[in-house]
Ligand binder design. Structure first.
Ligand code: CAA
Length: 259
């Protein structure tokens, strides 16, 4: 496994990879090197047949305090225009396998945006989500305006982005930003439970499902339903579909092989 400076990458026997953001002294601020390493680790996980789901965490104290403000301060207009970071964000967004974020403590600015790149967010009872960029005279720059409003709705997204107010785990759950709240010591374990459960399904069905679900953000209903039907049809050619249906009839557990 590759060595990284700002993240820790560990595999498990259940085909799950854990990526831990590892800049605790800077509250896991997402400096360019961290984003580059994260994009590289996810690219490698996408190419590795042994990985079927990824858990992304900042550890037990903090998820991420956003973009590295020191780095941002050094960028002039040319620097922002030529910034390499949007390219890393794009690679993270295009990760095709399930990505589950386990969020303890702060997920602010780019940290909240990173959590929203995950397919499922599990929040600790002490999680706090916010887009405080407005306090710095800027706005979210990694999808925060677009993904937040599509997820939590207009009024709450406007409050968070315009006033810079944070929300707690309960509000995040009520607004649909997160799927579940757990006690803070159980967040990572719960994310692994879910990742392991997903990893035991047919990888092709999981991939098609993720792809089509995310298309709902980009398409109208008619186009989305057409894409769903296409994905449903593609899966008819897989051995895993045969296995899943036969296993049900035979009253046994299916063994999906990813074929
Ligand atoms: N960038 C760089 N360094 C950061 C940082 C950030 N986003 N957040 C925290 N740090 C550093 C602090 O400067 C401090 O460093 P020193 O020890 O060297 O002084 C260290 O982390 C600890 O920070 P605090 O003492 O502030 O820790 P705290 O626990 O009291 O507070 C916090 C934590 C609430 C997260 C607070 O640090 C904070 O508000 N951070 C900034 C949050 C923010 O504004 N994020 C948005 C960034 S812009 C963005 O993300 C743009 C985008 O969309 C891509």
């Amino acid at each position: 496994m590759a060595e990284y400076e700002d993240i820790v990458v560990e595999g498990t026997a259940e085909h799950v990879l854990q990526i831990t953001l590892d800049r605790p002294k800077a509250r896991n601020a997402l400096r360019t090197n961290l984003l580059r390493e994260l994009a590289e680790a996810l690219d490698a996980a996408a190419a590795d047949e042994g990985v079927r789901a990824v858990v992304l965490t900042g550890g037990e104290k903090v998820f991420a305090a956003g973009a590295d403000i020191g780095e941002l301060a050094e960028l002039d207009l040319k620097g922002v225009v030529e910034d390499t970071r949007p390219g890393y964000w794009q690679r993270i967004a295009q990760f095709p396998k399930p990505l589950i974020a386990a969020v303890n403590g702060y997920a602010l600015g780019g940290g909240c945006e990173l959590a929203m790149h995950a397919d499922i967010i599990i929040a600790a009872d002490n999680a706090q989500f916010g887009q405080p960029e407005i306090n710095l005279g800027i706005i979210p720059g990694a999808g925060g305006t677009q993904r937040l409003i599509r997820t939590v709705g207009k009024s709450l997204a406007m409050k968070m982005v315009l006033a810079g107010e944070w929300i707690d785990a309960r509000t995040a759950l009520a607004s649909g930003l997160v799927a579940e709240i757990t006690p803070r010591e159980a967040t990572i374990e719960r994310a692994h439970d879910l990742a392991g459960k997903i990893a035991a399904k047919s990888p092709m069905a999981v991939r098609q499902a993720k792809d089509v679900l995310l298309k709902a953000f980009d398409t109208d209903l008619t186009a989305g339903l057409r894409l769903e039907r296409q994905a449903f049809t593609i899966l008819a050619a897989t051995e895993d579909r045969q296995e899943g249906l036969s296993a049900f009839m035979d009253k046994r557990k299916p063994e999906f092989k990813g074929r």
